[in-house]
Design a protein around this ligand. Structure first.
Ligand code: G1P
Length: 291
């Protein structure tokens, strides 16, 4: 059985929802407490056993790669100042995992972003992590998908029920049960990207974690522009589904869409409340608010 070792992290989006903060820095570098959002995602990849990451970037995204690279000047300074704790934190980030990047020169969509990583992933199954989604659970969301992959050696996407009012923001799946001990596992019969509410096959939405079989590249080559005039990964997966099974897994955990301002704020508060060094004082402060 082929192991899933390589991760694709699309990060080419302009981040217009967070302007002006994202005018000169990538949205993936916006911090939650004191870590950039992308670091939470990379840590999930590391905890799930991935060995190699490729970021699909665009203009103005160099900071992402820099963040996971060594910064000798900073390390030297921290050493001189005897700040061993910070030195360890900074160095650990550089040693976390091998990273590289490829540029998506035109905003042609998520499907296209994945398509251009074919030379990196080759004919291996691979993981895709969307940086706007952060999932918190003792078993990382991607690791939950890997358990499905280990059993079926097939593509699997993370899904979650979302309110009907918001279905048009997601890829939605129509599913059928699978004979399995795990009731969270489903087989996908159809999928649609960002349909109007009346055309949604369900309110079971694709969340940004995928394990994909290499056959997806053939399917993506045949995929024509869909929602928003872009090559959609969901449409590519629908093509793949006609050739081989594609599974959906209702993951366990709490998902934060940190690409959305309100959920970003909620994530910031909840992550701060989980931090031992901050929780006490922060909780006192929140309690003191006369709302
Ligand atoms: C992407 C996918 C969509 C998925 C969503 C999850 O959309 O195209 O299928 O439901 O991520 O966050 P985006 O949010 O990038 O527009």
């Amino acid at each position: 059985m082929e192991r899933v070792r390589k991760a694709v992290i699309p990060a080419a989006g302009m981040g217009t929802r967070f302007l002006p903060a994202t005018k000169a820095i990538p949205k993936e570098m916006l911090p939650i407490v004191d870590k950039p959002t992308i670091q939470y995602v990379v840590e999930e990849a590391v905890q799930s056993g991935f060995e190699d990451i490729i970021f699909v970037t665009g203009q103005g995204k160099n900071e992402i790669e820099d963040h996971f690279d060594y910064d000798y000047r900073l390390e030297h300074r921290l050493k001189e100042q005897g700040k061993e704790d910070l030195l360890r934190i900074v160095r650990n980030i550089s040693e976390m995992i091998a990273v590289s990047s490829i540029r998506q020169k035109k905003p042609l969509g998520l499907g296209h972003a994945v398509q251009i990583t074919e030379a990196f992933t080759g004919d291996e199954p691979f993981g895709v992590f969307l940086g706007d989604d952060i999932v918190v659970h003792k078993v990382p969301c991607m690791k939950q998908l890997l358990t499905v992959y280990d059993r079926y050696q097939a593509s699997v996407v993370a899904v979650e029920e979302v309110p009907w009012e918001s279905v048009s923001r997601f890829g939605l799946v129509a599913v059928e049960p699978v004979e399995s001990k795990d009731p969270r596992l489903l087989r996908i019969r159809d999928m649609v990207e960002k349909p109007p509410r009346e055309e949604a096959p369900s309110n079971l939405a694709i969340i940004g974690r995928y394990i994909l079989m290499p056959g997806v590249f053939q399917a993506l080559k045949k995929t024509t522009p869909g929602a928003g005039g872009e090559i959609q990964l969901t449409d590519g997966l629908r093509g793949l589904m006609e050739l081989e099974p594609v599974y959906a897994y209702r993951f366990e955990g709490t998902r934060y869409d940190v690409g959305n301002k309100l959920e970003y704020l909620i994530a910031t508060v909840e992550f701060a409340l989980r931090r031992e060094d901050l929780q006490e004082e922060f909780r006192d402060y929140l309690r003191s608010l006369k709302l």
